[in-house]
Ligand binder design. Structure first.
Ligand SMILES: [Fe+2]
Length: 456
């Protein structure tokens, strides 16, 4: 890895990660070997005279299979801060009644990134809530945010008391400082920063991306059923940062921003929060490269259901029903015989938000662009545009590459999502003409003949 010079001026040279998903891990900054206490979590005095602090990601009494916590050994405990005070909400909201419900197919042009020369916006001030559902206080629901930023967070960090962030960068790489170490996350990679974890993001250019926030649950790998022990997102490809600390005084005051019950608060402290010298546990941030997804697909005829493309799932209490799934449509071979190969027309009880990281999505050749999005709400019909239908109905069904150079994704939820005022109005990105892509669809019905027209 070459040196990276972020807009904050900090330089990073080294990238190391621990592979695996949800494992018990242990990590020490190599500058302080033996920083982890041996044989216990709470010695009377910790090695290097550090403070011990536990971060819980689950109720203490959760079964072992879902119990999550990590122990952090740090220069000062997180509690050393001035009181939190309410700050400007910007475009962050959890008010799902800002505007009337809209069951229409919705599509957004690429969300505009502010120019740094006009206004400096960091990851937190650049958060815009697009849609969501559920209730933060009862830990049930989700939100979809768009981040649009051009500046590093500098002496500001963020943590979310409400839920987990699954971050999908679309433009520009993110250098993420966390209490567990550093992660470099580039477009076509994703990362998950779980509830309560403090992080600060450095950027190198104008950045755009998508965030799936889930309340009260954590992302898991989907069960594989008859697929077997391997496939889809393999656990070994998830990467966890290694311990890294800075013992940095900040005389002007370091700002800790907290999203709590949907509102933003800020508190000042005199030191960097990234002062964790060693940690162990199974509650950590992690990243994943979407190129490592092992695609399963139909090799005979018809479509498998798109659940075969699930990278991560946040389960609800109902078996098989997700609060939200993160699903991708990666490059792959299309080989199905006697089959209409693009996605079929459908109406889904789930709500589907789609985004595009790069390339061209196969079912929409026109205005579904990288950095934009679409929302097909519960039971709202959708499917390929007219041009796609005509071409795919006549195509010779040779094996073909699909989606090379493309990465589309879906945040799919069992909740019926509301769109925010920013999403429908103030973003000015809503495509009023979306419905027109289906208008040219015409009847091909031939009552006199059962014989399909078929390819020429
Ligand atoms: Fe769909």
């Amino acid at each position: 890895m070459t040196e990276l010079h972020s807009s904050s001026g900090r330089v990073s040279k080294q990238w190391q990660y621990i592979p695996g998903f949800g494992n018990e891990c242990a990590s020490e900054d190599p500058r302080c070997p033996g920083a982890l206490p041996e044989g216990q979590n709470n010695p009377q005095v910790c090695p290097y005279n550090l403070y011990a602090e536990q971060l819980s990601g689950s109720a203490f009494t959760c079964p072992r299979s879902t119990n999550k916590r990590s122990w952090l050994y740090r220069i000062l405990p997180s509690v050393c801060h001035k009181p939190f005070e309410s700050i400007d909400q910007g475009h962050v909201t959890h008010n799902w009644d800002e505007v009337d419900p809209d069951p229409n197919q919705l599509r957004w042009k690429p969300f505009e990134i502010p120019k740094a020369s006009q206004k400096k916006v960091d990851f937190v001030s650049g958060l815009h809530t697009l849609c969501g559902a559920g209730d933060i206080r009862s830990n049930n629901g989700l939100a979809i945010h768009i981040f649009l930023c051009n500046t590093s967070m500098g002496n500001r960090c963020f943590y979310n008391s409400d839920g987990d962030f699954l971050i999908v960068p679309q433009k520009g790489k993110l250098l993420i400082y966390t209490e567990f170490g550093k992660m470099l996350v580039q477009p076509n990679e994703i990362c998950v920063i779980q509830r309560g974890m403090r992080f600060s993001i450095d950027v190198f250019e104008e950045n755009r991306g998508y965030i799936l926030e889930v309340y009260g649950v954590h992302f898991e790998l989907p069960d594989l059923g008859p697929i077997g022990a391997n496939g889809l997102a393999n656990p070994r490809d998830f990467l966890i940062p290694v311990a890294w600390y800075e013992d940095r005084q900040v005389p002007g005051g370091y700002t800790v921003i907290n999203k709590y019950q949907g509102k933003l608060f800020a508190a000042k402290q005199n030191v960097s929060p990234f002062n964790v010298v060693a940690w162990h546990g199974n509650y950590t941030p992690y990243k994943y490269n979407l190129e490592n997804f092992m695609v399963i697909n139909s090799v005979a005829f018809d479509h498998a259901d798109p659940s075969i493309f699930t990278v991560l799932t946040a389960k609800s209490v109902r078996p098989g029903v997700a609060v939200a799934d993160f699903v991708i449509f990666p490059p792959r071979w299309g080989v199905a015989d006697k089959t209409f190969r693009p996605p079929y027309y459908h109406r889904n009880c789930m709500s589907e938000f789609m985004g595009l990281i790069k390339g061209h999505y196969e079912a929409k050749q026109g205005e579904f662009l990288p950095g934009g999005g679409s929302l097909h709400s519960s039971m709202t019909p959708h499917g390929p545009d007219a041009d796609c239908f005509e071409k795919a109905s006549k195509a010779k069904l040779a094996p073909e590459r699909i989606a090379d150079g493309t990465m589309a994704f879906m945040f799919e939820s069992s909740l019926s999502m509301a769109v925010t005022k920013w999403g429908l109005k103030s973003s000015s990105c809503l495509d009023e003409n979306y419905y027109k892509c289906w208008e040219p669809l015409k009847s091909h019905f031939t009552p006199e003949s059962r014989k399909p027209a078929g390819p020429n």
